[in-house]
Design a protein around this ligand. Structure first.
Ligand SMILES: NC(=O)c1ccc[n+]([C@@H]2O[C@H](COP(=O)([O-])OP(=O)(O)OC[C@H]3O[C@@H](n4cnc5c(N)ncnc54)[C@H](O)[C@@H]3O)[C@@H](O)[C@H]2O)c1
Length: 282
């Protein structure tokens, strides 16, 4: 229970098989109380498994956290709105009286970005930068200010990606947004070091989540497959390409977040660590 007495705020925590939920539960299992946030997604933006099982986003995750005996505050907010980000940090601090760990995990729903740069819609570009980068900056700014004010140090963990180190075709918006997170991580680490606040990034390769992807939904329809059947093919093919023989589970990523959020990582800052089964080495 290395996080006993600590309070964490995790963004994008409502997905039934997402990294945010796995992280919230991992931190809670280590003793932290957690504020969890997500946007209220329309049914069209939900993975089929969540619709089928009537998953209730951060309300369902909150029940699980309570089941672990920890306190929890679910907050619905849209990270494209800076005022909502400032408010959600304030709500978490008001509710728990402190904030020790900020995990920036949310990202824009993927799929519409998966085109060559010459076809990339400017609105899609701005949306990706807004959720994947600007919201990380604003959460760092507002949560960092609270951590500085309280004087207890702190931990900020940004979920970047392999795509933040090595771009792929049809990935201009996503890769740019994640490369920027790595730069933001390094600069923030330097700005906050004197306050005992570390800032690190985690860079996963492909993860076996049920993330919503408009591209996967369209490709499945074109092939006469369900979205889940098509997704299973991608997961299997990616696993075969991975040296360790499978793609990451959400828990693999949560395990590193938990280490970077805990006391054993106190001398590590500004770093960007891969969780990718050996796919990429820098
Ligand atoms: N899934 C992968 O294969 C993979 C690979 C590498 C990196 N990552 C990174 O890991 C993290 C988690 O991935 P995932 O697949 O669990 O995530 P995901 O695609 O399920 O999305 C995370 C959450 O962000 C939320 N979100 C979307 N728009 C929002 C908005 N405007 N305001 C607030 N919340 C919003 C979604 O509702 C969702 O719950 C992300 O940062 C992602 O970029 C994922």
């Amino acid at each position: 229970m290395t996080l006993e007495g600590k309070v964490a705020l995790v963004t994008g925590a409502g997905g039934m098989r997402g990294v945010g939920r796995a992280t919230a539960l991992k931190l809670a299992s280590q003793g932290a109380d957690v504020a969890i946030t997500d946007i209220r997604r329309p049914a069209d933006d939900l993975p089929p498994g969540e619709v089928r099982s009537e998953w209730q986003s951060i309300d369902s995750v909150a029940d699980e956290v309570r089941g672990l005996g920890r306190r929890v505050l679910p907050i619905y907010a849209d990270l494209s709105e800076s005022q909502q980000i400032e408010d959600l940090v304030a709500q978490a601090v008001d509710h728990f009286g402190r904030l020790d760990i900020m995990v920036n995990n949310a990202r824009a729903v993927i799929g519409r970005d998966k085109v060559p740069v010459t076809e990339l819609d400017e609105d899609v570009w701005h949306h990706f930068l807004s959720i994947n980068t600007t919201a990380v900056f604003l959460c760092t700014k507002f949560a960092g200010r609270e951590m500085v004010r309280m004087g207890n140090g702190g931990r900020i963990v940004n979920i970047a990606s392999n795509a933040g180190k090595q771009a792929s075709a049809d990935g201009a918006a996503y890769s740019s947004s994640k490369f920027a997170v790595i730069g933001l991580t390094q600069a923030s680490a330097l700005d906050l070091a004197a306050h005992g606040i570390t800032v690190n990034a985690v860079c996963p390769g492909p993860i076996n989540t049920d993330r919503m992807s408009y591209w996967e939904r369209d490709q499945a329809a074109q092939r006469g497959l369900t979205q889940e059947q098509f997704r299973a093919q991608i997961v299997s093919a990616s696993g075969e390409r991975t040296p360790l023989g499978r793609i990451a589970e959400a828990g693999d990523v949560a395990n590193l977040v938990s280490f970077l959020a805990g006391p054993d990582s106190e001398f590590i800052t500004g770093q960007s660590y891969n969780v990718n089964g050996g796919l990429l080495f820098h």
